[in-house]
Design a protein around this ligand. Structure first.
Ligand SMILES: Cc1cc2nc3c(=O)[nH]c(=O)nc-3n(C[C@H](O)[C@H](O)[C@H](O)COP(=O)(O)OP(=O)(O)OC[C@H]3O[C@@H](n4cnc5c(N)ncnc54)[C@H](O)[C@@H]3O)c2cc1C
Length: 415
C-alpha cells in the first residue's frame, strides 16, 4: 500500500469540493491497452473509474492487431529516440516480472547480408546501446550455428546477431490489465458508444448510445483513449467549449500481418528486400497450432478505422519477404489469417509530436483540464504513459489515497 500526500492551492480546493459530487472521478473512453492502463493507474491511485467501450469486448481495435512485441524498439535508436527505448525496456522488465504468464523473453535473430543497408558496425553500436538499456547481453552467432536458424537463407550472409526481446498476446494483456483495474474497483461498460460531452461547472457530462438507448454519465475528468478515433472524438467532446484546445492533425498509417502454415523456433528481425523496411517473422500459436506470424507494413489510411483490413499488396509484400529469407514459395492461398491495425502518427508540417512513436496528451484546457486525449504510443509503454497522465492530473482531481503501485502489481491470468 502506498499513500500519497498532495498540497492543493485554493482554487483547486474549490474545484475538488464540487468535483466530489460527480458520479465518477474519471471516465475512460476505450478498452484498448491505453484505456485499460489508465483505468488501472487511476484505480490504483484511489479514483473511482468508469470505462466506456463501444465494442462488446476489450481490445477490439489496435490492441489486438499489433506485432505483439514488448520491446524497446531497436530501430528507434537509429532516429535517436533513446528516452523512448530506455523507457520501453524498463517497462519490459516490469512486465516480465509482473506478468510472466503473458510476456516471454526470447532470443531474436537479426541477419546481415551483403545487401543489408545497416552494416555490422552499425548494428553492433545499436546492440551495445540496447544491451546497456535492457541489461541483457547480445552476441554474434557463430557461422557453424547458422544451420540451426530455421532454414534461414545463408547466401551472401555476412553475420547474424542475437539479442533479447519479448513476445506477448496483446489482446490477452489488455484483458489482464482491465481485470486488474476491475479488481481495484473500476467498472466497465461495453456496447457504449460515446458521442459527445457537455461541460458543467463541476465536470463533464458524457453522452453515449448504450445498446439501443441514449444515456449519459458525469465525471470530473474524461480520458479519451479511443486509438484511431482519438482526434475526431476529442474534437466532438470539446465542441461545446469555445476556448478548448482541439486535437492536432494526425495521420492513420495501417500495418498488416499475415499468419502462415509453417513453424519456426525463433523470432527474426529482417530487412524487407523490396524497400529495406524492418519486418518481424515470429513464432505464433493459432488455434492451438504453431504457426509463423509476419509483419508489418506501412500504408496510408483514410476512412472509418473500423474498416481497416490488409490489402492484397500488403499480403504479397509480406509473402515475398518470407519466401526470400526462408527459401519458400508460398502463395496467397496458403495465408491462414491476416489482420491490420492503425498507427496514430503526427500529420502536417507543424508536427505536434515530433518523434513518430512519442505519445502526446492533448488537454482541452492547460490550467483546468477536463478532457484529455491520448495520441500515439506503444503497447509496451502503456503503464508508464498511464501513470504519467494520472500523476499530471492529480492536482485537479479530488484527493485520494493510493491503494496500489502499478510497478509492482501482478497481472491476473485471463482467458
Ligand atoms: C501494425 C501495428 C503494430 C504494432 N506493434 C506494436 C508492438 O509490437 N509493440 C508495441 O509496443 N506497440 C505496437 N504497436 C502500437 C500499439 O499497438 C498501439 O499503440 C496500441 O495498441 C494502441 O492502443 P489504444 O488503446 O490507444 O487504441 P485501441 O487499441 O485502438 O483502442 C481504442 C478503443 O477505443 C474504442 N472506441 C473508439 N471510439 C469510441 C467511442 N466513441 N466510444 C467508446 N469507445 C470507443 C475502440 O472501440 C477501441 O476498443 C503497433 C501498432 C500497429 C498499428
Amino acid at each position: 500500500m502506498m499513500c500519497c500526500a498532495r498540497v492543493h492551492v485554493t482554487t483547486q480546493l474549490m474545484t475538488i469540493t464540487t468535483m466530489t459530487e460527480q458520479e465518477w472521478d474519471i471516465i475512460v473512453i476505450g478498452a484498448g491497452i491505453h484505456g485499460a492502463g489508465v483505468a488501472q493507474a487511476a484505480a490504483a491511485h484511489g479514483y473511482s473509474v468508469l470505462l466506456l467501450e463501444q465494442c462488446t469486448s476489450a481490445a477490439c481495435a489496435t490492441s489486438s492487431k499489433s506485432s505483439k512485441l514488448i520491446h524497446g524498439g531497436l530501430r528507434y535508436l537509429e532516429t535517436g529516440q533513446f528516452a523512448l527505448v530506455r523507457e520501453c525496456l524498463r517497462e519490459r522488465r516490469y512486465l516480465l516480472r509482473n506478468a510472466p504468464h503473458l510476456v516471454k523473453l526470447k532470443p531474436f535473430y537479426l541477419p546481415i547480408y551483403r545487401s543489408t543497408t545497416r552494416r555490422p558496425w552499425k548494428i553492433t553500436t545499436g546492440m551495445l546501446l540496447y544491451s546497456w538499456f535492457s541489461r541483457r547481453s547480445y552476441h554474434r552467432v557463430q557461422k557453424k550455428d547458422w544451420i540451426l536458424l530455421d532454414g534461414l537463407n545463408t547466401e551472401d550472409l555476412d553475420a547474424v546477431f542475437c539479442y533479447y526481446d519479448a513476445q506477448t498476446d496483446d489482446a490477452r494483456l489488455t484483458r489482464a490489465v482491465l481485470q486488474s483495474a476491475v479488481s481495484m474497483g473500476a467498472q466497465i461498460q461495453y456496447d457504449a458508444h460515446v458521442r459527445d460531452a457537455e461541460f458543467k461547472p463541476t465536470g463533464v457530462r458524457v453522452n453515449m448510445r448504450c445498446g439501443d438507448e441514449d444515456s449519459s454519465v458525469e465525471a470530473a475528468m474524461v480520458i479519451n483513449a479511443s486509438g484511431p478515433w482519438v482526434d475526431e472524438l476529442h474534437n466532438r467532446l470539446v465542441a461545446s467549449h469555445p476556448d478548448a484546445t482541439l486535437s492536432p492533425p494526425v495521420s492513420l498509417v495501417q500495418g498488416a500481418h499475415i499468419i502462415l502454415p509453417d513453424t519456426i523456433t525463433h523470432p527474426y528481425y529482417l530487412e524487407a528486400p523490396q524497400d529495406k523496411r524492418a519486418v518481424f517473422v515470429l513464432p505464433w500459436e493459432l488455434d492451438g497450432e504453431q504457426r509463423v506470424m509476419l509483419g508489418t507494413t506501412e500504408t496510408a489510411f483514410s476512412g472509418d478505422p473500423a474498416t481497416v483490413a490488409p490489402t492484397e499488396h500488403e499480403i504479397d509484400y509480406l509473402l515475398e519477404v518470407y519466401n526470400h529469407y526462408f527459401r519458400r514459395d508460398l502463395q496467397r492461398d496458403k495465408v491462414l489469417a491476416s489482420f491490420a491495425g492503425l498507427r496514430v502518427l503526427p500529420a502536417g508540417e507543424d508536427m505536434a509530436f515530433a518523434k513518430s512513436r512519442d505519445t502526446l496528451f492533448v488537454r482541452d484546457d492547460e490550467n483546468r483540464p477536463r478532457v484529455v486525449s491520448i495520441l500515439g504510443g506503444k503497447l509496451t509503454a502503456y503503464r508508464a504513459n498511464a501513470e504519467k497522465l494520472i500523476t499530471s492530473l492529480m492536482p485537479v482531481l479530488p484527493e485520494k489515497d493510493a491503494i496500489a503501485d502499478t510497478t509492482r502489481l501482478m497481472l491476473p491470468i485471463v482467458d
